[in-house]
Design a protein around this ligand. Sequence first.
Ligand SMILES: Nc1ncnc2c1ncn2[C@@H]1O[C@H](COP(=O)(O)OP(=O)(O)O)[C@@H](O)[C@H]1O
Ligand SMILES: C[C@@](O)(CCOP(=O)(O)O)CC(=O)O
Ligand SMILES: [Mg+2]
Length: 385
Amino acid sequence: MEVRSRAPGKIILAGEHAVVHGSAAVAASIGLYTSVTLRFPSPSDNDDNTLTLHLKDVGLEFSWPIGRIKEVLPDSINTIASSPTTCSPETIKLLSKLVEEHKIPESQIGIASGVIAFLWLYISIQGNKPATITVSSELPLGSGLGSSAAFCVSLCGAFLASSDSVKVDFGQNGWVAFGEKEQQLANKWAFEGEKIIHGKPSGIDNTVSTFGNLIKFKSGDLTCIKSNMILKMLITNTKVGRNTKALVAGVTERKKRHPDAMTSVFTAVDFISNEFASIIQSSSPDDLEKEQKVEELMQMNQGLLQCMGVSHASIETVLRTTLNYKLTSKLTGAGGGGCVLTLLPSLLSGTIIDNVIEELEECGFQCLIAEIGGNGLEICFDGLL
Ligand SMILES: Nc1ncnc2c1ncn2[C@@H]1O[C@H](COP(=O)(O)OP(=O)(O)O)[C@@H](O)[C@H]1O
Ligand SMILES: C[C@@](O)(CCOP(=O)(O)O)CC(=O)O
Ligand SMILES: [Mg+2]
C-alpha cells in the first residue's frame, strides 16, 4: 500500500518569537508544500525488514533493520497513535544513537534533529513495521517558512492515514483533507515532532500547516481569520542559514537577563498582532487606509524583533532596498537571516515590483510571490491522483 501526504509552509505576518512567550501571532499557509510517500512492503517482499527514510532535498538516505531498532529501544516505545506523547530526553538519546550510525556531513548536521523527530513519530504511530518513506519539499529548509512544521505535519498525516486509529475514506479521488478530529490528532503529533527540532515551539507553525488558511494563534488557541483585503506579500530569501532552535533559545536568554523590558516588548507585539488581525478582517472598503495601517504595524513589529536580537545584516539590506521603493518589510519566522516579507500594495505597478525584485536578486537574494492562505494537510492514496 502506498499513501501520500502533503503539508504547506507558512509565513508569520505578525508575532513570531513573542508567540512563544504567550503573545498573539498571525500566520498564513503558503502554496509551497512538503510531500511524503509511505510504502509498506508487499507480502512478496518478505526480505524487506527495514525502515528506510529518503530525504530528497538534502540527498540523504537512512536505513535501519527493524531488529536494530528493537535492540536500541528494547522496551519499545509504549505510545498509542491516538494519544500524542512527548519524547523523553532518554529516548531522544537512544534515537540519536540510531541516527549517529549514519554519516551526516557536518554542513548538514541540522538534519539530525529532523531524523530523530521522524523516528519518534514513526515508531510512536506505526510501531516496528518495515516501511520506506520518501520526503521532498518545495520549501527552502531553515529559512523561516516553516519547513520543520511542514515536515512533521506531512509525516504525521501519512503515518496516521495508514494507522488503525484514523478512519479515512479510501474511495475518494485525489488530495483529500482529514476530518477535524484527525486534523487535531495530526497537529498534536506534529507539535511533538516540532519540540524535538525546535526545543520550545509555540505550535503556530504546525497548526497553520495542518489547518491551512489564515489564523490568529495565542497560547495554543487557534482562531480562523477571514481576510477582507488582498494581502500580497513578496518573500525574499536572504539565503543566510540559521537555526530556529538557537534563535528561540537566544530570545529566552535575553528575557532572563531583562525580564521587565522583554515582557513589555512581548506585550507590545500582542497588541500589534491583535490589531493586524482586526484590520485585515475589517469590512471597511478603504483598502488604502488598511494597507497603510498594516505597513505601520509591520514596521513596528520589525523594530520589536530587532529589540529581541533576531534581525541580521542581510535582513537590514532587504529593509533598506525595499524602503527605496517606499515599501515596508519585516522578517518572518525565526529571523537571523532566512526570509523577509514585503507588502505589495494593491495599486503598486508591475514595473516597480519587477525593479525591486531585480535589485534584491542582484544582492544574491531569491524572491517569490507566494499564494497566501491555501489548503492545509492533505492525503492521497496510491493510484488515486
Ligand atoms: N524536507 C526536509 N528534509 C529533511 N529535513 C527537513 C525537511 N524539512 C525540514 N527539515 C528539518 O527541519 C529543520 C529546519 O527547521 P527550522 O530550523 O525550524 O527552519 P524552518 O522551519 O524555518 O525551515 C532542518 O534542519 C531539518 O532538521
Ligand atoms: C520563532 C517562531 O515564532 C517561529 C519559527 O518559525 P521557523 O521555524 O523559522 O519557520 C518560533 C515558534 O513560534 O515556535
Ligand atoms: Mg521551523
